[in-house]
Design a protein around this ligand. Structure first.
Ligand code: HPA
Length: 267
């Protein structure tokens, strides 16, 4: 663990109290309201040296530590995307801090485009796997053999089972599928969507994959849920823009919150 992560974790414990965190939640575009549901302390990223700028609209760059459904969580209200800085490892320090605070599990959320007609805007999807179409990796430059991280079952099967059981209990339809990571920030072309659909992806987005690689590197159990904010390019006449993403995210966000709340006590 880096010295910076140890120092930051100490600072966070001084502000939020010493009890260990169990689970980290990373919130995607337009999904920030969940941070408000946590009873706890909010620390702006600006006060955490080395935390990303998280300058994408629709994100709220603060770390909230507290209780959600009786579980101590750390909620990352904003994430750094590769496309903001050209750095694939921009979320490394926050995830190291999460681990240092005691967490054993991280759940990433994101906004995504769907390539499955039966999974339209407003639906949510648990990731079963991913395809890294960016060609990038946040562990490039890591010098130890720990960099050779196995990625089979990187979306923890037992955790996925818990999410599905929670969805049934919450009466929410939770799809499951493969997420393709495109670097962004431009959206995909119609030909790209046709290609990745043929290759087995169900949803496409610009985040999460580097975080899950880093999470597995740090030994965190990982899960992720997409909220579908649009049909991917060429799949429908629906508009594709960041404005549309932010406007549509709340449709899935309400379902996402129900599933997470029902799942948390069982994780
Ligand atoms: N493509 C990539 N990222 C996205 C999309 C999309 O269609 N929708 C929301 N985030």
């Amino acid at each position: 663990m880096s010295r910076n992560a140890e120092i930051l974790a100490e600072k966070i414990r001084e502000i939020a109290g010493p009890a260990p965190v169990r689970i980290g939640l990373i919130l995607g575009s337009g999904l920030g309201h969940l941070a408000g549901a946590v009873e706890g302390v909010a620390i702006p990223y600006d006060e955490l040296d080395g935390f990303p700028h998280a300058g994408v609209s629709g994100h709220n760059p603060q770390l909230v530590i507290g209780q959600l459904e009786g579980v101590r969580v750390a909620v990352f209200g904003g994430r750094a995307h590769y496309y903001e800085s050209g750095r694939g490892d921009a979320m490394r320090l926050p995830l190291e801090v999460l681990k240092e605070l005691g967490a054993d599990t991280m759940i990433a959320t994101n906004a995504a485009g769907s390539m499955v007609p039966e999974m339209p805007t407003g639906e949510i999807m648990a990731l079963s796997d991913h395809i890294n179409f960016s060609g990038l990796n946040p562990l490039i430059g890591e010098q130890t053999d720990a960099r050779f991280v196995p990625m089979k079952d990187c979306y923890d099967p037992a955790l996925r089972d818990i999410l599905h059981a929670a969805a049934v209990k919450a009466e929410v339809n939770l799809h499951e599928g493969v997420y393709a990571w495109y670097s962004g920030p431009s959206f995909e072309t119609v030909a790209e969507i046709k290609a990745i659909r043929t290759l087995g992806a169900d949803a496409v987005g610009m985040s999460t994959v580097p975080e899950v690689i880093l999470g597995r590197f740090l030994g965190l159990r990982c899960g992720a849920i997409s909220t579908i904010t649009n049909m991917a390019a060429g799949m429908s006449d629906e508009s594709i823009s960041h404005t549309h993403t932010k406007a549509m995210a709340p449709l899935g966000a309400a379902k996402l919150e129900k599933v997470l709340r029902a799942a948390l006590p069982h994780i």
